[in-house]
Write a protein that binds this ligand. Structure first.
Ligand code: SAH
Length: 346
């Protein structure tokens, strides 16, 4: 049995043709899955009984089982899912003035080892499949369907390093973006990477223009290598060279995410270094309040200090935004809910 969500429209077409059906049957199935968002083949009323039986023999239609859902006072909703093989992943639904946004995972655990992050507390177990990546969006959209609402944005910022699972992510986003699929515009989809340079260069050549965000978090190599081991492989100079190349091919502005860690990266000297780094780049800095993680020593800056650092950057002519804190009262930090679940199981 295979996951039907792993199949592109082309794969589905080949499948129906191989089984003796007309290719347009594939479009009908695809439309049931992503437009009408029906996952019970028995309800796919324009398919023959015979085809329905065939589909049920060959595929499963639900790849995520909800384990828990936490709803925050601000509407942030965190979903913990169990995968078919018993692994757990999490996804988050956030409510902004501009609409609903889903934050999705790309791997079970993560191997990037960022010192401040809860996801890396448990190493990568495996990559998520195409169906598991897009299944998170489908699940959350179905949840919103109950109140006739629509997901406006997707951020690939959950557990895992998206560019360490590049092909599956691109295939999943294709269906998420497809006008015949979930139809979420490319400009409303953002991918966040810790900075895997060869993949940034590959991404620059993609024909679909999703937004690119880089987890920067430090203003010099010494500090960044301490916080993010990936910096040893791809130091700032190489990273920014790749970003420049991306910008030349692509007119989109790059987001540089910068976590505010108290006493670590929030000083005047950091602001000076950021100014130098950003010179000539089509990029802006998004300051992110840190969600404290029990197992990690870092602490978030106070709101006062966050605003101070914001002002320091502004004064230096850097484009900067300050991200609103979401889901403070639930286990909002990346990988926190899953980490807790794993602890319970042990
Ligand atoms: N691996 C990718 C995407 C997943 S992490 C990346 O590194 O970009 C998504 C973002 O959340 C990254 O910017 C990451 O550094 C940040 N992050 C990790 N732990 C966090 C925490 N405890 N509080 C706030 N942001 C965190």
């Amino acid at each position: 049995m295979r996951d039907i969500l792993d199949l592109s429209l082309e794969d589905l077409s080949s499948y129906v043709v191989e089984n003796g059906y007309k290719p347009y049957k594939a479009k009908q199935i695809y439309s049931w899955l992503y437009k009408k968002r029906i996952s019970d083949p028995e309800m796919m009323s324009d398919l023959s009984k015979e085809l329905i039986t065939r589909l049920k023999e060959d595929f499963y239609f639900e790849n995520l089982k909800l384990v828990t859902k936490q709803v925050s006072k601000d509407g942030t909703t965190k979903f913990l899912f169990e995968l078919v093989d018993g692994n757990f992943i999490e996804s988050v639904l956030m409510v902004f003035d501009y609409g609903y946004s889903a934050c999705i995972s790309t791997q079970v655990g993560c191997n990037m080892g960022c010192r401040f992050c809860a996801s890396g507390l448990l190493r990568k177990v495996r990559d998520l499949s195409v169906g598991e990546i897009l299944g998170q969006v489908l699940y959350i959209q179905k949840y919103l369907d109950l109140t006739q609402e629509r997901l406006a944005n997707i951020v690939v910022m959950g557990t895992g390093e998206p560019f360490d699972n590049y092909d599956n992510l691109m295939a999943a986003l294709k269906i998420i973006n497809d006008p015949l699929g979930l139809e979420i515009g490319a400009r409303h989809i953002s991918i966040s990477t810790c900075g895997i340079v060869p993949k940034i260069l590959q991404f620059a050549d993609e024909s679909v223009q999703y937004n690119l965000a880089i987890s920067l978090h430090a203003s010099n190599d010494e500090l960044r290598s301490k916080l993010m081991p990936i910096n040893k492989a791809y130091p700032l100079k190489e990273l920014f060279k790749a970003l420049k190349e991306y910008s030349l091919k692509n007119k989109r502005r790059i987001t540089l995410e910068y976590l505010l860690l108290d006493g670590v990266n929030d000083k005047e000297t950091n602001a000076d270094e950021l100014k130098d780094l950003l010179r000539g780049q089509n990029a802006y800095i998004n300051l992110i309040p840190y969600n404290n993680v029990d197992e990690r020593d870092f602490r978030s800056v106070s709101e006062r200090k966050a605003l101070d650092f914001y002002d320091m950057l502004k004064k230096r002519g850097i484009s900067v935004t300050l991200r609103q804190k979401k889901g403070d009262d639930i286990d909002a930090a990346c990988g926190q809910l899953r980490a807790k679940k794993m602890k319970e199981e042990r």
